[in-house]
Design a protein around this ligand. Sequence first.
Ligand SMILES: [Zn+2]
Length: 501
Amino acid sequence: MDTFYITTPIYYPNAPPHIGHAYTTIFADVLARYKRLTGNNVLFLTGNDEHGLKIQKVAEKQGKTPKEFTDEMAELFKKYWLSLDINYDHFIRTTDDYHERTVKEAFNYIYKKGLIYKAKYAGFYCVECEKYYSPEEYVEVDGKPHCPLHNKPLEYMEEETYYFKLSEFEKYLLDVLSNKDIVYPRSYADEVLSKINKEGLRDISIARPVERVWWGIPVPFDEKYVIYVWFDALLNYLSALDYLNNRDKFNKYWSNAHHVIGKDILWFHTVVWFSILRALDIDPPRKVIVHAFLTSKGAKMSKSVGNVVPIEELLSRYGSPDAVRYVLMRIFNMDKDSEFDFELLDNIYNSELADTYGNLVRRAGVLAQKKTDGKIYRRNIDSKIRDELENKLKSYIDAMENYEVSKAASIAIDTARLGNQYLNDTKPWEKKDPSKELYTVLETIRLATILLYPFTPRASDLVAKAFGFTIENPSKGVVESIERYNVLSAPILFKKIMSKK
Ligand SMILES: [Zn+2]
């Protein structure tokens, strides 16, 4: 059995997750479900990135210890993922001790290789980003350096710190990013390459003095420092595979590792991460799948911008996790930002889930019960329809293998559209024995239901039960493979909603 290791970024739990987090996490879940369905041994990892100054500060503000605060947030994140039917295999927290041990070991290993060293640093620092900004990176407002993200003045700081010799890896990174097809879509790799070529690579600070940030993993041989959150966080992808204690497991999954990320963390997940891996003598991941932002009022959703759409708002509007998953994946885009717009989502929901798929299931179910008492045996279906179904299946698999979830979801709905059209054309309700027509239309439903399963697992399971079939691996070919349908009910899946705007 092939393995498939898929990860989301670990999220910073300074606030509850919103639709932006859901966008990434649902995408990973859809791919994980598709891979399980097509016979892979999947490990789907998500979790929280719990260290660092921001968490330390938020917890202090609420009168809690960071541990108490992150414990509560971890439960809250899990609750949200459950409400969206996110079926992860492992939820990692960077405060988990197996993770902390991995980070310390990795730090030691790289230090012993001479790729981590101590030196003085002076520069302009953003407290919110926990990051120094170079003159090329910061913006000047009234002659003073400001954070380009927060638009706040930067603090000038001088301190001793530990550096990671990123500069050592320039040649390696140029080679890997140009010659291996890791970053998807490819344009993001070109973006990183051109930045390296233009600016070169400087060593990066990977520790913070404990008097400023105490909430972190201590540098193993120097307790005056904690390890910088990014170095800590990236290693979650290894510690979740039990890297220290179970190399067999690690090798098995790492060889097919897929990181799903938003485009804002591209640099860290290529340049920094690939270099850390190289320093640890580990190959780069198989794929880094990068998506553009789900924007709201033109900007990436974030608490500090104040344009966040809460997950519960979507759940209550559309009434089911299936619908929320589906509509978000229909606007999923790798290259271009997608603006969040209720009117657009309402249209997708109504026309695709309610009017097309839901309507077909209801119509065919009622008809089958009325005409044949729900029992329909296999007939040869028209070759034209069969060919169309085979084609749909093939293009769906192509789309999914290329991570094109929006296209795959559309193909699933097109399959249902084919069923509706066939019903309209053949009018089985006028026939005395419409067994052939019903078998044909149920085949369109069965295929649509299987193809929709990664997006709408609840509805798919419900239809499979109601019509007497199972959700099976579509990659082996499923058209005309079922002997008999037993239609027990005609469920109403998605009630049409009136636009509330
Ligand atoms: Zn900042």
